[in-house]
Design a protein around this ligand. Sequence first.
Ligand SMILES: [Zn+2]
Length: 354
Amino acid sequence: MAGGGAIALPGFVNAHAHVDKSWWGMPWVPYGGERTTQGRIDHERAERDRYGIPSVNATSAVLREYLRHGTTATRTHVDVDLGVGLRGIEVVRDAAAALDGLLDVEIVAFPQDGVIRRPGVLRLLEDAVLAGASYIGGIDPCTIDRDPVAQVDGLFDIAERRGVGLDIHLHDGGELGAFQYELIIDRTRRTGLQGKVTISHGFALGDLVGERRAGMVDELADAGISWATVAPVRTSPLPWRRMRDRGMGLGLGTDGIRDLWSPFGDGDILRIALGFARLHGLRTDEDLTAAVRLATSDAAAFVDRHRHDLVPGARADIVLVDAENVPDALVRVPPRRLVMSGARLVARDGEMLV
Ligand SMILES: [Zn+2]
């Protein structure tokens, strides 16, 4: 679709974000702490209060930056732990409410600091559902909790009783990661939660090879499990074609941006789609267009939308970019000429109008 020499894309969907963690809009915060997952968790817990994280101001700044880039719907993990309780969820709900529906925000109550090793967190997750979270998160049942069956069973128990979905962070690679996929596949089938479970990151799927990998994709697809990736550099490419051909949902996310985990990220999901295309060696127009689709219409289910596209009956979420065609828009990531959400004008030439 063309408009004034620009092309129109559907509003972008951010399938994996952490809008409560950022110091966006504040003075620069130098990177500190250890590089491991546990090191990042420790550093964030030690430093977040000093920067007033989480806050409505910083979260609003992140949400507005998403909108400025053309993201009109996001699924965001929000930390729930013994220190912050449900305050992060209140912060994110307040920041989202201030935008009056311009940005759809689906909340995952995320136990960043562990579940079983932190008695009381399962109760908090259940309280978070009552406070409006649409999903329950989890994290590395093996390496963070070191009690994978207990974590997975605890999460599925709440999801089954409360009728919410699950979105589990899994950083573990190779066969340790694969073992946890098998556990999650089994519990998804037993609880009848097919279509409501997402694995985020899931680096191990790219590590597996040959029949082991193909068979794992088939089992995940059969259990209706979807995948969210931020396509980080130096990770193994995902078997995305097989995942797509088997009907698995695949969404792209920014992950946290400019936070106590990493100084990187600008909240532009089109740039993540470019990273996905590079990581997976995409070259043809068809494949480059497919990468943009992952950032838009293909990710509808991640934000509970039945349909998200430039078609009759869909919400009028439209992004105009100066580009010759969709592949050109992907490889250049041009500024957004215009962003419209629910038929309301949000941004023009990179400036917010609201
Ligand atoms: Zn994450």
